[in-house]
Design a protein around this ligand. Structure first.
Ligand SMILES: Cc1ncc(COP(=O)(O)O)c(C=O)c1O
Length: 386
């Protein structure tokens, strides 16, 4: 049985071109980028090329890109380091209620540190209204963090409008763009962003590497202490192969976005439409909101989401309930609860996230097995036929 992978929001495979670009840096090109000799300079050159590639993806300049260990670290520097950068501004921070845990828990840490945190709820579609952010800004607000695209629902936030409000009110703005990279254009200029996070493994680069865009002149307080790497913004010897991979993946994402996004959207829409036609009582989350092209988050009311995921896995179809770090836990998604989705509906949610290599045949296979899996689970549920 060939397995079907529809969990690209959790992680993507490393592309062959990306692997090929990385391999020399695991071999002969092993130098430390801080060394002055030729080995070091070879590594330095590769990092600077990658910096330019990442900058191009974000519409930034290379000097504004800081390499990190991934989305979580970038979010932590963005939220905690960003809030601490402005001690004179005040100790109030605003985050949306649908952020990834990397932002939510960074905000919780700030709260434990004496900051006040306002968590802004989205509307029923999962969209955070710019007016709600404007209303939450106070004279002592140092930072706002609202993501570009939600990892569970795929809902795209009005980041440019929120950014314009922050710029006008003199508030730093961090955007978690982890789920936007490779799926929708990112433009830190048009979005009026102070800092933006991306993570390699969500767009065909390896795990454990990411970047933080930091607008020229802004200085988030570092969270780690060590050498002067990354101009003192993130100490630690650079992970050269992974950074080279991130650069290559960024270059490819930028080149291919216009072709890949419509192709993935067509398959996602087909999957969604036919599921809703063939399976009764399905709720589409993020309905009516702009969404990234690859994500479909559906509740199969009356069937437990975790059981559905396991049953589908036994049929060779890999999907998830939402945030990967929640796998195995039966807590309903904080994103869906924040959107006002009832607990039992949230608990029946399954996320299908397609990738650039997803095929029509794979979608057909899912459509073939899903209806039976859902009806079996519904029939065996304690609340069956209620
Ligand atoms: C929106 C979002 N932010 C941050 C992260 C964390 O990124 P990483 O896994 O690279 O730490 C993820 C990963 O699931 C994510 O989806």
């Amino acid at each position: 049985m060939s397995r079907i992978y529809l969990d690209h929001n959790a992680s993507t495979p490393v592309r062959p071109e990306v692997l090929e670009a990385m391999l020399p840096y695991f071999g002969g090109h092993f130098g430390n980028a801080s060394s002055v000799h030729a080995f070091g300079q070879e590594a330095r050159g590769a990092i600077e090329d990658a910096r330019a590639q990442v900058a191009a993806l974000l519409n930034a300049t290379p000097g504004e890109i800081v390499f990190t260990s991934g989305g979580t670290e970038s979010d932590n520097i963005g939220v905690i380091g960003g809030a601490r950068a402005l001690p004179l501004k005040g100790r109030h921070v605003i985050v949306s209620a649908v952020e990834h845990d990397a932002v939510r828990h960074a905000a919780d840490a700030l709260e434990r540190d004496g900051f006040t945190v306002t968590r802004v709820a989205p509307d029923a579609r999962g969209v955070v209204a710019p007016e709600s952010i404007a209303a939450a800004i106070r004279p002592d607000t140092a930072l706002v963090s609202v993501m570009a695209a939600n990892n569970e629902t795929g809902v795209v936030q009005p980041v440019a409008e929120i950014g314009a409000i922050c710029a006008e009110r003199g508030v730093a703005y961090h955007v978690d763009a982890v789920q936007a990279a490779g799926k929708t254009p990112i433009d830190v200029q048009a979005w009026h962003v102070t800092m933006a996070t991306i993570a390699g493994h969500k767009f065909y680069a390896p795990k454990g590497v990411g970047a933080l865009y930091v607008k020229r002149g802004f200085k988030p307080v570092p969270l780690q202490f060590g050498g002067e790497h990354e101009k003192g913004r993130r100490p630690g010897t650079e992970n050269v192969p992974a950074i080279v991979g991130l650069g290559k993946a960024s270059e490819l994402a930028l080149q291919e976005l216009n072709d890949v996004a419509p192709q993935v959207a067509r398959l996602r829409d087909r999957l969604e439409t036919l599921i809703m036609e063939r399976v009764p009582n399905v709720i589409r989350h993020g309905d009516g909101a702009p969404r990234v092209p690859n994500t479909s988050h559906l509740s199969f009311v009356g069937a437990e989401g975790e059981h559905l995921i396991l049953s589908l896995d036994m049929k060779g179809v890999a999907v998830s309930s939402g945030a990967a770090c929640k796998a195995g836990s039966s807590h309903p998604s904080h994103v869906l609860l924040a959107m006002g989705v009832p607990r039992e509906v949230a608990q029946s949610a399954v996320r299908f996230s397609l990738g650039r290599c997803t095929t029509e045949q794979e979608i057909d296979r899912v459509l073939e097995v899903l209806p039976t899996v859902v009806s079996k689970l519904r029939a065996s549920s304690p609340t069956a036929a209620s």
